[in-house]
Write a protein that binds this ligand. Structure first.
Ligand code: NAD
Length: 484
């Protein structure tokens, strides 16, 4: 029922950082699943490129191990794995030197899509882009995929954009945000723009407020020192939450096409009001028995970096005037759950009395776990007890709607890599979007740095600091429960 798999054109995909964590956990197992589905055909190849001194056989072993560990139930497809491994090659390369580049040039084929995935630290992007051209490896049709973080503020993002622009056109650059590759996120657009039911109500006349929550149960242990230089605002809000907000708030594009969609998203970011610091709550998780605190995980006893942030913002345009958007994200929260909730206003007048008058529609878009869309509607409680009303979900869970096929829904990375090969940039961030997002984020960060704002402590396994609850309580609203 789900997938009519349409094979993509033959490609050569070079993964810089092909031995790294992201490649092993997501990119390579994902490509194997696309191979298994028939979307990646036999005439395509994947070339790992990293510092490690491996040959093709060594890389195949590494990829086989990655599939065994992260490939899910597909890890049992031994015959297909063997065929997939034949599609792999490897070049040991020094991104900042000359080693390996001539060999890579000689490996590339004509007449197939050439794509280069930069799964390495952003500090290497410039050196790699330069060499791809210097050694005649990339051509005008080649595509590059770049990972987050895309800068740490407006200045560094601009510099990164300028570096890439020296060697590639914007139409060749795919800035990946895997949230945009999630099935439900795209479904959000299908629901909004493919149904007559929702769009007429999608404005400040009918919507009371919108909540976006991305809650994680993990802490920063293991990458604490790296995270401490960034924090929840840079790591999550500036990119993932902002992208979700854009898709919820944007005007209908005239067609579902990359620049039309991205133009509308950009207008949302530019219309975001600056947030007053009273509407921002920053937190750090506290020590819990023998579980380390944020500061201990970050190995920085004086850290002021936030592992949690909640904020209230407004979009200055006709559609959203007066509608608050509440955003929150944090580590070591009660459950791992990501959700967008569109909370509708109360009825203008209710014909029901007392408690029965207090019911609201909520459209909840769940990104994880159990991706799906759920519309809370009010109905009469069954039975003879008079007109008692209850709220029940009209639930569209992919697992229920699609049955066993739901498991075949590709993971975000898989889908996005196939989009790169197809040359479809709709679900990738354009350079001006990224810069506009930083232009909104930077003054907020500078403001709390200037004020030496100390994040509030919160309990591990909670919903964040109490002040985050107050952010909504003050407005007579409350956060939805985070259900994992
Ligand atoms: P990693 O440290 O595990 O791997 C880095 C890779 O880069 C290795 O393959 C290494 O050989 C290669 N490399 C490093 N220096 C090199 C050089 N001078 N020349 C050639 N190759 C070199 O990192 P990772 O976790 O895989 O992350 C890669 C990128 O993706 C980073 O920018 C990271 O911020 C981003 N990212 C990672 C994740 C994740 O889940 N791991 C998620 C989102 C974004």
């Amino acid at each position: 029922m789900v997938s009519r798999v349409i094979p993509v054109e033959a490609f050569d995909l070079v993964i810089f950082g092909g031995t790294g964590d992201l490649a092993r956990r997501k990119i390579l197992p994902g490509l194997f699943r696309r191979f298994l589905s028939g979307q990646m055909t036999d005439d395509s190849r994947i070339i790992g490129a990293a510092r490690a001194d491996l040959d093709a056989a060594g890389f195949r072993t590494l990829v086989a191990e990655a599939i065994a560990e992260f490939g899910g139930k597909e890890a049992k497809e031994t015959a297909a794995i063997a065929k997939f491994l034949e599609r792999l090659d490897y070049v040991s390369i020094d991104a900042t030197g000359d080693g390996g580049w001539t060999q890579m040039h000689d490996l590339m084929r004509d007449g197939v899509v050439r794509a280069f995935y930069f799964s390495v630290a952003p500090s290497l992007f410039g050196a790699i882009a330069e060499r791809l051209h210097g050694y005649n490896i990339a051509n005008d049709q080649s595509r590059i995929v770049v990972e987050k973080p895309f800068g740490r503020d407006l200045e560094t993002a601009r510099a990164l954009n300028a570096t890439l622009a020296q060697h590639f056109n914007e139409t060749q650059i795919y800035r990946i945000d895997h949230y945009l590759g999630k099935e439900t996120v795209q479904n959000l657009m299908a629901v909004r723009f493919g149904n007559v039911l929702f769009e007429p109500l999608w404005n400040n006349h009918y919507i009371d407020h919108i909540q976006i929550t991305v809650a994680e149960t993990v802490g920063v242990g293991g990458r604490g020192a790296y995270y401490d230089k960034s924090g929840a605002m840079r790591d999550m809000v500036q990119n993932h939450l902002m992208q979700l907000l854009c898709l919820i708030a944007m005007e209908p594009p005239n067609m579902f096409e990359a620049d039309a969609v991205r133009d509308e998203k950009l207008k949302v970011i530019r219309a975001l009001q600056r947030v007053d610091h009273h509407h921002i709550v920053r937190g750090q998780y506290d020590r819990d028995g023998d579980k380390q605190s944020y500061r201990e995980d970050a190995e920085n006893p004086r850290s002021f970096t936030e592992s949690f942030i909640a904020l209230k913002c407004h979009i200055n345009n006709w559609r959203w005037s007066g509608v608050p958007f509440y955003l929150r994200t944090g580590k070591k929260m009660k459950s791992r759950a990501s959700e967008i909730a569109v909370v509708y206003k109360d009825l203008g007048h209710s014909i029901f009395e007392g408690d029965e008058a207090r019911h609201r529609n909520i459209l909840a878009i769940r990104l994880q776990p159990n991706e799906g869309i759920d519309l809370q509607v009010t109905i009469k409680e069954p039975g003879p007890g008079g007109m008692r009303l209850i709220d029940v979900p009209l639930d569209m869970s992919f697992a229920d709607a699609l049955g066993p096929d739901a498991e075949e829904v590709p993971d975000a990375y898989e889908r996005l890599i196939m989009d790169v090969i197809r040359g479809n940039q709709t679900l990738f961030m354009r350079g001006d979007e990224v810069e506009a997002a930083w232009a909104w984020t930077d003054p907020l960060i500078r403001d709390w740095e200037r004020r030496n704002d100390v994040p509030k402590l919160y309990d591990q396994g909670s919903t964040g600091p109490d002040d985050a609850l107050m952010l909504m309580h003050r407005d007579g609203r409350r956060w939805r429960d985070i259900k994992g």
